[in-house]
Design a protein around this ligand. Structure first.
Ligand code: PGA
Length: 250
């Protein structure tokens, strides 16, 4: 059985006090029994306190990035070992904002995936096409290439540490979502692409999250699609009530 997951990507939002406030609200409002594994990804400086805060809850913490190197002269960067040392075992990699604004290529992301797996971290691997790709009918190719070039070099045994997050760039932070049918069509394509290279067991067990303007009022319909196993949530993860409503939609 593949896992249902709802992860909140807080991006560059929430200072220390606001992080604590939002976590307290989530602890109070999230049901203790849910069908979904819940994760939150605060900024680097608030990860350690988030891990402490969430110690006796079932909310997990994820980092938003890491550097591929084990350590060294990389001013401003954070290593996998540093994340592990404060109790973070999940990491978002390949987010479209990292790809677009920080020039992360598939090769850079592939190296980060290797580092994360070497440290036995779970990777939320993000990918998705831009608007022009969809308009020109190239979206399936783009998505397949991102998977092949950034992820498919891994060994079959590591797939239990991989969560896929399909996020069409045109739907991120825009208020525009892929329709539930568009999401299902792409998620099914992704699962079949995994199946071709890695077989039934891995394809049927990998969780594929949808991301891009998921809100309380569209989550039920998107999550009801058979190949959508949850969501990676940006804007709506910053308000406890919205995030809780999305988790409850699973
Ligand atoms: P959004 O962001 O929900 O604000 O569109 C999703 C993401 O970037 O992961």
């Amino acid at each position: 059985m593949r896992k249902k997951i709802v992860a909140g990507n807080w991006k560059m939002h929430k200072n220390a006090e606001q992080t604590e406030d939002l976590l307290n609200e989530l602890i109070a409002k999230l049901p203790t029994e849910t069908n979904a594994h819940v994760m939150v990804a605060p900024t680097f400086v608030n990860l350690a306190s988030a891990v402490d805060h969430l110690e006796f809850t079932n909310i997990e913490v994820a980092a938003q990035n890491l550097h591929a190197a084990e350590g060294g002269a990389f001013t401003g960067e954070i290593s996998a070992d540093m994340l592990k040392s404060v109790g973070v075992t999940n990491v978002i990699l390949g987010h479209s904002e990292r790809r677009a604004m920080f020039h992360e290529t598939d090769a850079v992301i592939a190296a980060k995936v290797d580092t994360a797996l070497r440290h036995e971290m779970t990777v939320l691997f993000c990918f998705g096409e831009e608007l022009k790709d969809r308009q020109t009918g190239n979206h399936f190719n783009i998505v397949e290439n991102q998977l092949r070039d950034g992820l498919f070099h891994i060994e079959a045994k590591n797939w239990d540490k991989i969560v896929l997050a399909y996020e069409p760039v045109w739907a991120i932070g825009t208020g525009e979502t892929a329709s539930p049918d568009q999401a299902q069509e792409m998620h099914q394509f992704i699962r079949e692409t995994v199946r071709k290279s890695f077989g039934n067991d891995i394809a049927d067990n990998v969780s594929i999250l949808y991301g891009g303007s998921v809100k309380p009022d569209n989550a039920v319909e998107i999550f009801s699609k058979p190949d959508v196993d949850g969501g990676l949530i940006g804007g709506a993860a910053l308000k406890a009530d919205d995030f809780v409503a999305i988790v409850n939609s699973i």
